[in-house]
Design a binder for this molecule. Sequence first.
Ligand code: KIV
Length: 263
Amino acid sequence: MKAVTIHTLNNFKAAQEKFPVITAYDSAFSRQIELAEIEVVLVGDSLGNVVLGYESTVPVTMSDMLHHTAAVARGNNKSLIIADMPFMSYSNRAMTLDNAALLMQVGAQMVKVEGGAWLEESVFMLAERGIPVCGHLGLTPQSVNKLGGYKVQGRDAEAAQQIFNDAEILQSAGADLLVLECVPSELTARIAQHLTIPVIGIGAGPDADAQVLVLYDMLGFSPRIPKFTKNFLAETGNVQEALQAYARAVRNGEFPQPEHCFS
Ligand code: KIV
């Protein structure tokens, strides 16, 4: 695999070729992901749930994200590395710029932020200064206390339209990628067709341009395995083969299946 850039991902979208994305939090797994030729690694703030033992992503700090992003970057020279900006690290202009810069300086090649129209100015500001941005809509775990739990989003027409409008706003502001989490498959299909940037789904149906899974979920390590994931280690028996099976299943359109989706 050649080093992946945003052009690589845009070319996949133009060619209607699906690509796999996976989370990682350390250098050892990051190296395995590079070996498996998975194009994109997300240093997700799911770090809080799956590695650090928190109940949510809310306690994850900038210093946690810097430490783990640097480790992931040391293990992988080929995959594109996206780092999550943690809870409250992008709540005003100065913090957004400073914290995004710190993540880029330890090895991220893009930052991810959760939220819709309120992020328009931040996305624009980062993009103008040369920092690629991935948006995140639908179930946004940093807002779990406001959402009242981990629930499928965009189920009624008004909520779906809101997510659609937010997606348009983020793209117009300069976002390069968009994650849609736990939304009905029909909404993902509408958004992926409408946007020119690649849309990455998780619990968002088969019609996203790419799929992302939390590494520890797809290896069966997490205490609670969400409906939208699949344990690829169970059917392969070793980590490298599990990663390769996941990548193949995404590229062939064999993952996700209807049982991993919401309608
Ligand atoms: O933190 C994370 O791992 C994420 C993915 C679930 C998309 O944001």
